[in-house]
Design a protein around this ligand. Structure first.
Ligand SMILES: Cc1cc2nc3c(=O)[nH]c(=O)nc-3n(C[C@H](O)[C@H](O)[C@H](O)COP(=O)(O)OP(=O)(O)OC[C@H]3O[C@@H](n4cnc5c(N)ncnc54)[C@H](O)[C@@H]3O)c2cc1C
Length: 458
């Protein structure tokens, strides 16, 4: 009997269809397993669709095509609009559906809570979280858009320090400059041009002084210094490499500031707010110093910053699913294996679902490049693309490695009887009927959002 014939009756469920989920589904399908991919959204593209700012057109489309080619296979049943933990109870899935294994590939979609007491009353008013903000930015041009709506304000504060917070502050400045160019000067300019050329270059070309636009610049507030921003990973752990990476990060941030005209305020942590007429009007930051890598608040040293909008971009964590155990914000895993979920024989987790952070070491290829060269390269679309491609390649390699072990573990499990398999097919078929799903390609085609670049060409 061939290997695939032996495995044919193992049905495996994957939660989440994006980079990690599609990679896992593809490997399992190629090994003769049958796979059901549950995806909470209409489309399986995760952060690629909703987290990557929409100016990365080519990168987005390439990654989407790759996910499509992995999921559109005979052995894979894609079940969209089905959130585990909401539409199907997780323990019900584990105990009653009869899958040989369940693999969590649900990424990190919950914003880490901004640690200021009682500030949550301003959510989606003066306080906005990064994930919904980028979702709005990416989709607001769609005709039937029904997500959250925001208006970018003067003096916006972005709290954070990672790559995503830079995207956020860029979006804020691009949006507000675009709007004011129209309001004050009657000039219409698309965001792709502003992003690519930089706000400074465009204003220079138009012979417009920034002050004429009457914009209160956005401020990026970080608890460490520019050198500590994770914009460049050191090639190894030597003191010299770490110092080079720090200098690159600092120069990169300076270049970003020059290009997109935001301000940077280091060494501050948010501790309180000021409210006036039920509106959030100020954030109070405590000044800190960094000693041996540790952040130490400076006694009685505070900074009040007036603002009309605060965007918290302090990281994403896996959304908790009832029935699973977590240690702080991370899924609790078995000690002996970084893919085996604690408390279950047949539940596994891969990709960003495990920790929500880049637990995969960045490529060490760039080792010998001089600082300036790295900086110039980093500031181009291609450089970011390369980072994301490398990063996603590493996720996929890691998933492949984990899947090797998972496949070994599942293969010794008893093969499901025909009646159970039929039941899985019936239940997923009922969801398909309810939502009008016919097959993968017609579904994704029907639900693919209209792209801004296409609208601009009309
Ligand atoms: C701007 C930007 C910044 C980034 N920064 C980082 C970083 O700092 N660190 C890092 O490690 N990676 C980072 N990445 C990389 C990114 O996270 C990866 O490229 C990739 O998206 C991770 O793949 P994933 O499949 O694990 O998660 P995701 O792309 O998040 O996919 C998870 C999928 O699961 C679905 N899902 C979630 N919950 C459920 C549920 N309960 N039921 C059913 N479906 C569900 C989601 O809809 C989604 O489709 C960044 C990416 C971008 C675009």
């Amino acid at each position: 009997m061939s290997k695939s014939a032996v495995f044919k009756k193992h049905y495996v469920a994957i939660i989440g269809g994006s980079i990690s989920g599609s990679e896992a589904a593809n490997i399992l399908a190629k090994n003769g397993f049958s796979v059901v991919v549950f995806e909470m959204n209409k489309l399986p593209y995760g952060k690629i669709e909703d987290g990557l700012p929409k100016w990365h057109i080519n990168l987005r489309d390439r990654q989407i095509n790759e996910i499509d080619s992995k999921l559109d296979q005979e052995n894979i049943r894609f079940v969209p609009l089905t959130k585990i933990g909401r539409d199907i109870d997780f323990l019900d899935l584990v105990n009653n559906w009869g899958f040989s294994a369940i693999i969590l590939a649900n990424g990190a979609w919950e914003d880490r809570v901004l640690p200021i007491l009682a500030i949550d009353k301003f959510i989606d008013k003066e306080l906005v979280y990064q994930n919904s903000f980028i979702y709005w930015f990416n989709h607001k041009h769609e005709k039937n858009y029904d997500g959250p709506n925001y208006t970018v304000k003067n003096n916006t504060i972005v709290i954070g320090g990672g790559l995503a917070s830079l995207d956020v502050v860029k979006i804020v400045m691009i949006e507000i400059v675009k709007k004011q160019l129209f309001v004050k000067k009657g000039i219409e300019i698309d965001l792709f041009t502003l992003e690519k050329e930089g706000i400074n270059t465009i204003l220079e070309k138009l012979n417009i002084d920034f002050n004429e636009l009457e914009i209160g610049k956005a401020k990026l507030i970080y608890r460490r210094t520019a050198k500590d921003m994770p914009l460049k990973t050191p090639k190894d752990e030597t003191k010299e490499s770490i110092e080079i990476a720090k200098k690159v990060s600092e120069k990169l941030l300076n270049k970003y500031q020059e290009k997109y005209l935001f301000e940077f305020v280091p060494l501050c942590i948010p501790v309180d707010f000021v409210e006036s007429d039920t509106k959030l009007t100020e954030i109070i930051f405590q000044k800190v110093q960094v000693e041996n890598g540790k952040i130490k608040p400076i006694k009685n040293s505070f900074l009040n910053i007036k603002t009309e909008m605060v965007i918290s971009s302090i990281g994403s964590i896996p959304e908790k699913i009832n029935g699973l155990q977590y240690e702080y914000s991370s899924l609790k895993m078995r000690e002996e294996a970084d893919y085996h979920v604690f408390g279950f024989d047949n539940v596994f987790a891969i990709g960003n679902a495990v920790t929500g952070r880049g637990n995969i070491q960045e490529s060490k290829k760039h080792g010998q490049l001089m600082i300036e060269k790295i900086i110039d390269k980093h500031l181009t679309e291609e450089a970011f693309e390369q980072w994301l491609i490398n990063h996603n390649e590493q996720i996929k390699n890691k998933v492949a490695e984990q899947l090797n072990s998972i496949v070994k573990e599942i293969s010794v499990a008893k093969i499901q009887p025909e009646s159970i398999i039929q039941e899985i097919i019936n239940k997923t078929g009922a969801i398909h009927n309810k939502i009008g799903y016919f097959n993968y390609s017609s579904w994704t085609h029907k639900n693919m959002p209209v792209r801004l670049e296409a609208l601009l060409k009309e």
